[in-house]
Design a protein around this ligand. Structure first.
Ligand code: COI
Length: 349
């Protein structure tokens, strides 16, 4: 089935210098919107970025049926635009939608909307090496109804914003041993709004105590490391790249997946296995050289300098020869067309 998309572009284009604007405050000039009604996606259009009008009864405002994705587009060295791994983002979007009882967006509609919007607003992709276009597809339940129910009407939208480094400096994090982000059987693997809303309070407490983020642990024992607020977690222990396995409580990060594939291609030692807080603590206490970093679309690779475990702070290795910087460079090179895209990750416009 074809899903026609109408385009009404701004007549005067005004791309701003966005480097000094904080992440997520500057929309590009256009947005995509499609309406799900009577079991069909319809009225799909790209229009100038504008506010939405919706009923205060809209179900998303009350019961949290919201799902989003975050992906990035880059300039390649030969002057084209590359959207990184949209297929994998689409697959994850569908899994999240399914968990939240929301209707699937056909892949052809998702890809066409993405292509058209990024092409139209491509001038907003920063030229700087640390710049990219952050693209946010999302869906919300728009049906007007106060009763608790699965909505019958939705909006699927795509918006975008120029992005630079998400974290300006290496992070100070705290291993969380009281609160939980996700529990078995819950929604931890899904990119639904509630997972983020529920994380605010413990993160706020950590901020007040001087930390940038928390490291989430399993909800039963608080002994197994899961992920951090905006990214997956990876470590280099004894020269081996280590990350916890995916589970119902961890987001299937696309950057995580890409770094694991790069590490494999490069023949680096790697292990996807549970990471116990005590193992980490013992290694840090013994003075071992441990790298710790977050991996996420917005964050890319976010080096962790300090980890607090049981109230004691430990320093991680972040010198220039750290493995995380090698992985970061390789990822950068693939995305910008400086290295071969052996996995077909790049969607070139
Ligand atoms: C992403 O990295 O795409 C995220 O969704 C994290 C954050 C911006 C909420």
């Amino acid at each position: 089935m074809a899903y026609p998309i109408s385009i009404s572009a701004q007549s005067e284009r005004q791309v701003k210098d966005t480097k000094s604007i904080p992440f997520g405050k500057q929309p590009t000039e256009h947005m995509f919107i499609s309406e799900y009604k009577d079991g069909q996606w319809q009225n799909s259009r790209i229009v100038p970025f504008a506010e939405l009008t919706m009923s205060p009864f809209a179900l998303c405002l009350h019961y949290g049926q919201t799902v989003f994705e975050g992906m990035k587009a880059f300039h390649t060295k030969d002057g084209r635009i590359n959207i990184f791994r949209p297929d994998k983002h689409y697959d994850r979007f569908v899994k999240s939608l399914d968990r939240m009882c929301m209707p699937e967006v056909p892949k052809s509609l998702f890809m066409e909307a993405l292509h058209q919007l990024v092409q139209l607003d491509g001038a907003w992709i920063p030229e700087e090496a640390d710049g990219s276009l952050y693209i946010r597809p999302f869906m919300i339940a728009s049906e007007e109804r106060l009763g608790v129910k699965v909505a019958d009407e939705y909006l699927f939208m795509i918006v975008a914003t120029p992005a630079y480094q998400y974290y300006a400096k290496p992070l100070k994090v705290k291993v969380e041993d009281t609160y939980s982000r996700a529990a078995d059987g819950g929604t931890g693997f899904a990119k639904c709004g509630g997972n983020y809303g529920g994380a605010f309070y413990p993160t706020q407490l950590a901020r007040e105590a001087g930390y940038d983020q928390v490291i989430w642990t399993d909800s039963k024992t608080h002994e197994l490391i899961e992920e951090s607020g905006t990214m997956n977690l990876m470590f280099v222990i004894n020269g081996t790249l280590v990350t916890p396995p995916l589970s119902g409580t961890i987001l299937d990060g696309i950057t995580r997946d890409s770094l694991l594939a790069i590490a494999k291609d490069k023949g680096l030692q790697m292990e996807v296995r549970p990471v116990n807080v005590h193992e980490l603590k013992q290694a840090l206490e013994a003075g071992q050289k441990i790298e710790a970093f977050g991996a996420g679309t917005a964050a890319v690779i976010a080096p962790i300098e300090t980890i607090a475990i049981d109230g004691k702070e430990y320093t991680c290795y972040i010198a220039e020869d750290a493995m995380m910087y090698q992985l970061q460079k390789e990822l950068y090179d693939i995305r910008h067309g400086n290295a071969p895209d052996n996995h077909n990750w790049n969607y070139i416009i």
